[in-house]
Design a protein around this ligand. Structure first.
Ligand SMILES: [Zn+2]
Ligand SMILES: [Zn+2]
Length: 413
């Protein structure tokens, strides 16, 4: 662009329209100087909506109206292969929402999918990726009555059908037709009608979106904890210092239980302490972890409840061996397919041990999880240990694979 127009704009003497008319201004310049509206730019055929968005001056509505909107989104192509690509911004069909992602959180499940390149039930590449998010509604489809543009929401990653055998027995987490949604690592995400109707929640104004995005994993943690049926006065041991292990531990501590955190790394020790663990056991070996945990209980009788949140068969066995007679074990961590465990049948039978496992969440528990976050008692900030731009997603996952001390990274598009 000619220097003259540039200086004219700077001095406030030239309008961008003039500049554009004279072919001397680029839309970027105009937008940077705050003088062009997206409408003007589009009208002159010189601006792409991308540029407008990039400069933070375009509303999605404008872009959608002009049918020109594309967005940046992470596409999973296979094993350890995420590419940030430009794809059309989705439009809301009947009952759907389009949400501008405020924050998307990394999750152990995503890490597993990144490593393997697919998830049999949830994601088959090439596909949009990521499932823990909160954001702002930009478009509400026909028939949506509970939400409107500008509403801050957390949209869960799944919704049950409400009709099958399991749904009708209040076991919606086991729904035969659980509908999953992915695509949180993007600027916008489409929320399917069923999730809008059953599992999308308004986020109170005082709750940061990145905290609200913890609703999904926290719902899993609350579910696992409640399913373990702890009784007042129980000692609850949680095996594993990953995000879910730490969340279950924190939930138990907030509920007033004496807790034992069994973790591996120094960073996890620190986090567990901060999140309210009564006792800490740093396990160098499984044998030693069992001994050390029992030593913390009266007469070394064992803990009342042991929740396994690692997801390896050895830890499942460990959990069984650290509970007291009549205690409860929850196999919360999902192990790899085709793995199995050997359990001491005598111990389970003669010690009257309850074995159970908990998977996923239900809409009612998601509501509870968001309420807990909004209460301010839950230390949401402690779970988000890093921030990164969408472009850095590959690097973030590579780092997570190397067992860094990060708990969750908030991906901000
Ligand atoms: Zn998750
Ligand atoms: Zn169902």
């Amino acid at each position: 662009m000619a220097g003259r127009v540039k200086s004219a704009i700077k001095r406030g003497r030239a309008t961008v329209e003039t500049a554009i008319e004279h072919g001397r201004a680029t839309v970027e310049t105009a937008i940077v100087h705050g003088r062009a509206t997206v409408e003007t730019a589009l009208h002159h055929g010189r601006a792409t909506v991308e540029e407008a968005f990039h400069h933070g001056r375009a509303t999605v509505e404008t872009a959608l109206e002009h049918g020109r909107a594309t967005m940046r989104a992470a596409i999973l192509h296979g094993r350890e292969d995420i590419r940030i690509e430009r794809v059309p911004v989705p439009r809301a069909e009947v009952g759907e929402l389009i949400v501008r992602v405020g924050a998307a959180l990394t999750c152990g499940t995503d890490l597993k999918v990144f490593r393997r390149g697919y998830h049999a039930r949830m994601i088959v590449p090439p596909a949009l990726f990521g499932h823990e998010l909160a954001g702002t509604v930009v478009e509400a489809g026909e028939g949506v009555t509970r939400f409107a543009p500008e509403h801050r929401v957390v949209a869960l990653n799944s919704a049950p059908c409400g009709r099958c055998y399991f749904c009708l027995r209040d076991q919606e987490n086991l729904c035969d037709d659980l509908l999953f949604n992915n695509g949180a690592y993007a600027e916008f995400i489409r929320i399917p009608a069923r999730i809008v109707a059953k599992n999308t929640l308004r986020v109170p104004d005082h709750v940061p979106l990145e905290h609200a995005a913890l609703t999904e994993p926290l719902a899993c943690a609350v579910h696992g904890f409640e399913d373990s049926n702890p009784r007042k006065g129980d000692i609850v041991a949680v095996i594993g210092g990953g995000p879910l292990g730490l969340m279950i531990l924190h939930v138990a501590a907030l509920a007033g239980y004496e807790t034992i955190a069994i973790v591996k790394h120094d960073g996890q020790m620190e986090a567990a302490r901060q999140l309210g663990a009564t006792h800490l056991v740093q396990s160098s070996s499984i044998r030693k972890a069992i001994r050390d945990t029992r030593a913390l209980t009266p007469n070394e009788r064992g803990v009342d409840v042991a929740i396994e949140a690692v997801g390896v068969p050895e830890a499942w066995q460990e959990a069984v061996e650290m509970v007291r007679k009549g205690g409860t074990v929850n196999f919360f961590g999902g192990c790899a397919v085709n793995t199995s465990v050997l359990l001491d049948t005598n111990r389970i039978h003669y010690s009257d041990i309850t074995l159970r496992a908990t998977f996923h969440h239900t809409p009612a528990i998601c509501r509870k999880a968001l309420d807990l976050i909004a209460s301010g008692r839950f230390q949401a900030g402690a779970f988000i240990t890093g921030h990164a731009h969408l472009y850095e997603l590959n690097r973030v996952f590579e780092k997570l694979m190397n067992r860094s001390s990060e708990i969750k990274t908030a991906i901000v598009p």
